[in-house]
Design a protein around this ligand. Structure first.
Ligand SMILES: Nc1ncnc2c1ncn2[C@@H]1O[C@H](COP(=O)(O)OP(=O)(O)OP(=O)(O)O)[C@@H](O)[C@H]1O
Length: 210
C-alpha cells in the first residue's frame, strides 16, 4: 500500500529523521515514539504537507512525481488542529467536501458519529479543544480517501466519541481504507488489531512487529 524510500527530514534546529525504506501493507498501522521523536514530522511528510528528501509512493502513485493525484488519496487529521477562527465548522466542511467530493449524507453521518449537533454553525473561535479535534477528524474522513492519517486522534475527545471513532475506523477498514495512526494513550494498542507497529527513536524508524 505505502512505500517510503530514502527518507530524510532535517529541521534548522538540528533535528533529523532518516531511514532508508519502509513498506506498509494494506490495513492499519501504528507509529509510536516519545515526545519530540518525530511522529508528526513523518505524518506531515506522508500527507504532503511539508517537504522532505526521498519519496512516498501510495498504491503506485508517487508524491513527488504526481503530487496532486497523490494528495487526493490522502486525508490527514493534525494532533492539534488550527483553523481560521472566523469560519464555522460547516463552512470548512463545505470547502473540503467540494475538493474531496463528499456528499451530504456522509457529512451528516460523520457529524452524528462525533456528536457535533448544532455547534457546527458557530465560528471556530468559540470551539473547545475537543470540538477543534472533532472538526479535524470529520475533515479527515470526507470523500473517498485511500489513506487516512490520524495524529493523536483520541486526545481531547470524550469517551463516547472515542468509542464511536473506533467503530468508524473499523468500519472504514472493512471498506478498504488504510490508516496510519499515532497515540499517547496507554491502552491505545488494544483499540485495533494493527497490521504493523513502528517505533521512532534516535532519529530513525524501525518495525516493532508485524
Ligand atoms: N517546524 C519545525 N521547525 C523546527 N523544528 C521542528 C518543527 N516541527 C517539529 N520540530 C522538531 O522536530 C522534532 C520532532 O517533532 P515532532 O512534532 O515530529 O515530534 P512528535 O514525535 O510528533 O512529538 P509529540 O509526541 O510531542 O507530539 C522535535 O524536536 C521538534 O522540536
Amino acid at each position: 500500500m505505502l512505500e517510503i524510500q530514502h527518507f530524510r527530514k532535517t529541521y534548522l534546529t538540528g533535528f533529523q529523521l532518516e531511514f532508508n525504506s519502509l513498506h506498509l501493507s494494506k490495513g492499519i498501522h501504528l507509529i509510536k515514539g516519545e515526545n519530540g521523536s518525530g511522529k508528526s514530522t513523518l505524518l506531515k511528510a506522508i500527507a504532503g504537507i511539508h517537504g522532505f528528501e526521498g519519496d512516498v509512493v501510495l498504491n503506485g502513485l508517487s508524491l513527488k512525481k504526481e503530487p496532486i493525484a497523490f494528495r487526493k488519496l490522502v486525508n490527514y487529521s493534525e494532533a492539534e488542529p488550527l483553523f481560521p477562527e472566523f469560519l464555522t465548522m460547516d463552512e470548512l466542511i463545505a470547502f473540503v467536501a467540494k475538493t474531496k467530493k463528499a456528499d451530504i449524507s456522509q457529512i451528516n453521518s460523520l457529524k452524528e458519529i462525533l456528536g457535533i449537533g448544532d455547534f457546527s454553525q458557530n465560528s471556530i473561535s468559540t470551539y473547545s479543544s475537543g470540538m477543534l479535534k472533532k472538526t479535524g477528524l470529520i475533515l479527515a474522513f470526507l470523500g473517498n480517501p485511500s489513506l487516512i492519517i490520524l495524529d493523536e486522534p483520541y486526545t481531547t475527545i470524550d469517551v463516547g466519541s472515542q468509542k464511536r471513532l473506533t467503530e468508524l475506523v473499523n468500519r472504514e477498514l472493512k471498506n478498504g481504507v488504510n490508516f496510519l495512526l499515532t497515540s499517547h494513550i496507554a491502552d491505545f494498542e488494544e483499540f485495533f488489531t494493527y497490521d504493523s507497529i513502528l517505533n521512532i527513536a534516535d532519529g530513525t524508524l524501525v518495525h516493532c512487529h508485524e
